[in-house]
Design a protein around this ligand. Structure first.
Ligand SMILES: [Zn+2]
Ligand SMILES: [Zn+2]
Length: 322
């Protein structure tokens, strides 16, 4: 396999003194390298997922790593036939992942990082609980065998769910995981703050575990936030754990309901997909705004009005030396 594009997933908790200025500089860099995707910048660090031609992505990683602030950034790299995004957004926010836990600095305290092979060794021990830090629609299509999941639609809801789990987690070693590792930085710190003593996190998340530990015992697919929707990670003992939302047959093909008002994100089999024209129910099929179904269940957001230069206050000369 030697595909022309790369898809990068990365984060770095590191102080950024002037997020606005860095945002402009970084946005320009991405434009010059023809990258597409989503990047969030805050005082606490950088979080991104982008796609681009392999050489451009390589150059990007080189430039980011050369900045001492991002020396410890860990890029997860996938190859691809094409871009995985339609637009580029580089934004500043209060946190690089919205958790509401603004007081937590993972550079001060966080769970012990486990490399994929260490995680694999520890995960089946009797005194261990594996905890999925992701949202319901993510783990519904794939998760670690025996993982404890949280009934949350958004990561920011997780702190309030911990109380109910206190008995189950008591005296155990807690191994947290998420897609690329970023959520676990604050989640594991929060667990330590709540009095749990043995807290570990899967460094690099499911994506890195798939590459370095063969994805063993990860059941189903890993949900991702680009137009691939879900990716395979388990090359050792793969399974399918999700069912068609309509007919209940085993299925891991994620579809957005063609009714834009519903937009429910669920697995729907090929057959039901065509029968309901991409909708999740007959009501949605008859909705006046229903989008045309092309068999994928993926709807590109409207590109009208998209301006790749949005957000610039000042112009700068090139940041990339050719
Ligand atoms: Zn079906
Ligand atoms: Zn629907």
């Amino acid at each position: 396999m030697n595909k022309p594009y790369s898809i990068l997933l990365y984060y770095c908790y590191t102080p950024i003194a002037d997020p606005e200025a860095f945002r402009e500089e970084h946005h320009l860099l991405c434009l010059e390298l023809n990258l597409l995707g989503r990047i969030i910048i805050s005082k606490e660090g950088l979080n991104g997922t982008v796609s681009g031609l392999k050489a451009d992505c390589d150059r990007y990683m080189e430039i980011v790593k050369a900045d001492p602030r991002f020396a410890k950034v860990d890029f997860k790299v996938d190859e691809s036939d094409k871009h995985a995004f339609a637009k580029l957004h580089v934004r500043t926010k209060a946190e690089i992942v919205h958790s509401g836990l603004l007081h937590i600095d993972p550079n001060v305290r966080t769970g012990i990082h486990l490399e994929p092979k260490e995680f694999k060794e520890m995960k089946d021990r009797e005194d261990v609980v594996i905890m999925d830090m992701r949202s319901d629609y993510e783990y519904s299509v794939g998760r670690f065998k025996n993982a404890v999941t949280l009934d949350i639609e958004n990561f920011r809801e997780f702190p309030e769910k911990i109380d109910a789990l206190k008995e189950e987690l008591k005296g155990k070693k807690i191994l947290t995981y998420c897609t690329g590792g970023i959520k676990c930085e604050k989640a594991s710190a929060f667990l330590l703050e709540q009095g749990f003593e043995d807290v570990y996190q899967l460094h690099g998340g499911i994506i890195k575990y798939g590459k370095e530990a063969g994805g063993e015992d990860f059941e189903g697919k890993c949900y991702v936030f680009d137009n691939r929707v879900a990716v395979d990670v388990n090359s050792v003992n793969p399974t399918v754990i999700s069912k068609c939302y309509v007919c209940g047959t085993v299925e891991d093909r994620m579809v957005n309901c063609a009714n834009p008002v519903c937009n429910l994100h669920v697995p729907i089999c090929e057959k039901c997909g065509w029968e309901l024209e991409g909708a999740c129910s007959t009501e949605c099929k008859e909705h006046p705004e229903k989008r045309a179904y092309d068999g994928t269940g993926y709807y590109q957001k409207n590109l009208n009005g998209y301006n790749p230069l949005k957000g610039f206050n000042r112009r700068k000369t090139s940041t990339v030396s050719k």
